[in-house]
Design a binder for this molecule. Sequence first.
Ligand SMILES: *Cc1c(COP(=O)(O)O)cnc(C)c1O
Length: 383
Amino acid sequence: MQRPIYLDCHATTPVDERVLAAMLPYFRESFGNPASVGHLYGWEAESAVKLAREAIANSINATPEEIIFTSGATEANNLAIKGVAEAYHRKGRHIITLQTEHSAVLDPCGYLESLGFEITYLPVKSDGLIDLQELEMAIRPDTILVSVMAANNEIGVLQPIATIGQLCHERQILFHTDAAQAIGKIPLDVQAMQIDLMSLTAHKIYGAKGIGALYVRRRHPRVTLAPQLHGGGHERGMRSGTLYTPQIVGFAKALEIAIASQAEEEQKALTLRQHLWQKLSELESIRLNGHPKLRLAGNLNVSFRGINGQALMLALQTIVAISSGSACSSAKSAPSHVLKALGHTDELAYASIRFGIGRFNTLEEIEIVANHVVESVRSLRNS
Ligand SMILES: *Cc1c(COP(=O)(O)O)cnc(C)c1O
């Protein structure tokens, strides 16, 4: 049986063969612990981690000391938000974020509320973008952190990160961005964009699962964090635990490839997405979710009025791997909080599908998927 076409690249991506090849030596002969300073095995691993850290730092205009490796963006978000809250609570206990953030931002914020912090969850405009005036109005003297994602994982919209960074810095408020979907797909420069903390992950850019990083600014201002994992004092005490050399090496390789091919991949994804949208537009009563232009090239999120997204996914499951407007956060089957924040009814949120186009998709695949979706939506609407 043929495997379904993979169009769920916001959930994860396959490991690129070049990334895998870069990782393999560190599973095999160079398996040492980078913290073992007394022998060749340790030196090899340590030097590989050092090079990877430098490459990752360079790619976002940071310094190597500003990179803390984590198990992924979930952990990076937790470390950033809870770590800042714990370190700065004497300065203030108010944090601002968006209603459309990933649960790895929303849930740490909810946890902080239970400890007595106050969180403002800003609404977004109907195109998914932040209202900068609302942000300015929400800022208070006791605001210590603003956390706004760079690119949304459901509707792909790109928030005006540089503007938010400037706004925060003018008021001496720390700015964190969850860049799990943005890294490698749009240029990210922590200096130009005045970002203080940035969460990254490898598995959305053809690296392995289980590795990510938190960028933590060291100058202008120097950000302090309360560690959330205590132990051997790795990562300058901010995140203990033996470093995963193969995953770290692979992360750097994945990022290098993504940045080198960014313009080309963006153009290709855009072409495929436009083709998909054009074909889907044969259907009546469909609606594009999220800003039409300020979005990731590979993202298309569509509401098909009158159908159930889960039913459509089920009808198509042998053809294509996609996500519905309810399945975005693990096993939850509540309507997507992101689509709800755009003003969708539960019904319209449930009628939505997310297509995530990636590096290995072809026009032929898009053609097949589009035809099946059109056919299935028509038959579901008629039944
Ligand atoms: C995937 C994703 C995460 C979680 O990243 P992990 O590395 O899987 O923990 C967080 N935020 C956003 C926006 C994501 O897309």
